[in-house]
Write a protein that binds this ligand. Structure first.
Ligand SMILES: Nc1ncnc2c1ncn2[C@@H]1O[C@H](COP(=O)(O)OP(=O)(O)OP(=O)(O)O)[C@@H](O)[C@H]1O
Ligand SMILES: [Mg+2]
Length: 205
């Protein structure tokens, strides 16, 4: 079983978008997937409630408010959607449970400033396990000034940028239908699927 946590205490940076799409990807690969929503807002579970039965199945689990002693054992892949603000001892407990930590970061000065303390604490907490952590540059095209700013900022933390996810309404439209870019029709999402490939390769490595 592989467990991936998507987290960043900054609100609105794309955690649920990444988590639901990761769950959709694993489901499309025929894996048994549990999407574990730690957020009281339950955005991931709401997304699941929109999901059509004809789509590859994702199981939902609400873990909000309590610390989970262990992860669901009957899943091949568990994706954890963390709430904004998750840090400190609660975050530490989850970090111990998971195999990979994916951190969406939007390259705005506000988002980067709000993420700085979190990345610092992660760096000390995950000493010797850096290979578990990766950044996803969210809502940005590479080769833009914003992407350059993000790269310069992240140099201080020695964590790789796994990929860049462009801003597109494809994610918004897919989410509204309980879908992901990995659900049919895939041809509509070619450009986005290509952007996900390095992240998926890293998760499988
Ligand atoms: N690549 C993208 N292009 C366009 N819109 C996006 C993209 N990624 C995320 N969004 C939109 O940005 C908003 C915030 O994303 P999301 O809900 O995934 O963030 P979050 O980190 O889970 O927020 P919260 O901290 O409130 O849980 C949503 O409306 C989502 O549809
Ligand atoms: Mg969310």
């Amino acid at each position: 079983m592989t467990a991936v946590m998507v987290c960043n205490p900054k609100g609105g940076c794309g955690k649920t978008t990444l988590a639901t799409n990761l769950a959709g990807w694993a489901a499309s690969e025929g894996k048994r997937v549990t999407l574990c929503d730690l957020d009281r807002q339950q955005s991931s579970l709401r997304w699941m409630s929109f999901r059509d039965e004809s789509m590859p199945a994702v199981n939902g689990f609400y873990g909000g408010g309590q610390l989970m002693a262990s992860l669901p054992k009957d899943a091949d892949v568990t994706v954890i959607d963390a709430p904004a603000g998750l840090q400190g001892y609660k975050l530490s407990d989850y970090l111990r449970l998971v195999d990979r930590v994916v951190i969406p970061v939007v390259p705005s000065v506000f988002d980067m400033a709000a993420t700085e303390d979190f990345l610092n604490s992660l760096r000390s907490e995950m000493r010797g396990q850096r290979h578990k952590i990766g950044i996803v540059a969210m809502r940005v095209d590479p080769r833009t000034r914003a992407a350059g700013m993000l790269e310069a900022f992240l140099q201080h933390f020695d964590v790789p940028i796994l990929t860049y996810i462009r801003p597109t309404s494809n994610y918004v439209n897919a989410a509204a239908a309980g879908r992901t870019i990995f659900d049919p029709p895939k041809s509509r999402h070619k450009q986005d699927l290509a952007q996900w490939a390095p992240l998926l390769k890293w998760l499988e490595s």
